[in-house]
Ligand binder design. Sequence first.
Ligand SMILES: C[S@@+](CC[C@H](N)C(=O)[O-])C[C@H]1O[C@@H](n2cnc3c(N)ncnc32)[C@H](O)[C@@H]1O
Length: 319
Amino acid sequence: MHSNERKFIHYQSAKHDIMVGDDIRMSAKRINIRVTSNHVGISRQSSQIGQSKMIWSCPLCASELRLMGQSMRCDNNHSFDCAKEGYVNLLPAHHKNSKQPGDSGAMIAARRRIHDAELYLPLAEEIITVIEACTNIKTLLDIGCGEGYYDGEISRRFGDIDLYGVDVSKDAIRFASKRYPAHHYAVANALNLPLISGSVDLALRIFAPSNDVEINRVLADDGLYLEVGPAPMHLWELREALYESPREHSTHRREADGMIMLREGQCRYESSLNSNLLEALVSATPFAFKGDRNRRAALLEHDQMTMTMSFDWRLFKKR
Ligand SMILES: C[S@@+](CC[C@H](N)C(=O)[O-])C[C@H]1O[C@@H](n2cnc3c(N)ncnc32)[C@H](O)[C@@H]1O
């Protein structure tokens, strides 16, 4: 049964200061977070018990991997060592298209700074609200998980979900594994997921590449897929400062191969960034190398800047 629901959450008066380490202080004024959705009627108990199981598959022959001591091994005797931090590298050298694919250590560290400053917390809360309305989520896969910020927020709220994350950046996965030892992480390509078919209840993709065919394959029957990306005006002030003729982000897609869209929504707010956070935001994004160099230097002179944070999400279900 489909119903229409409109919910407005106002953060108009929510103003707070957050200290992170010694040097980052964010004064965030959040406005107008709007959630628009169709199709509700699903509910989730946070007390549902998750099952711990191994769902990694061999990137060479696709058979199931089993943990044997400090490595993972398949029936065809392909073996992958587990790092001391707990993650496994399932990206064979001949599957890489560069020596160090994915985001660099510097970008990952900068992203962790902005996450620690809670710049993306309203989005994390929005994602948690969406998950809360879903039933029977025992296994969640975060595709292009970066340093695991959203995974950490999700498992803090739903301790029973088995959390898996993949990212092609080894630095990102090392960071995520260290910080969240209870999660399962692998260095892997999102376009060729080393996961057993039908093993995932909810696939999550936030600002990362993905492949619908692969998502469909790893999703269980009735599995869900939540896609989150930038809305047209996301980080508009940054783009205005860096480019003579800034362009809006393109609109998020509403169709995914082999899936039907159940719900959609937006999350919008503004944050007041100090110079440290502004620098971290630039370093964590491709803006670190894009745009005019002089304009970038001028941008980083700002003591404070109000930034538009704007996201769209879509929840799909496997057909
Ligand atoms: C913009 S970041 C988003 C990270 C995280 N989802 C977040 O929102 O904090 C994109 C991430 O995708 C990863 N990535 C890029 N190409 C990838 C691929 N083919 N497979 C897996 N991860 C990939 C990058 O290393 C990076 O960590």
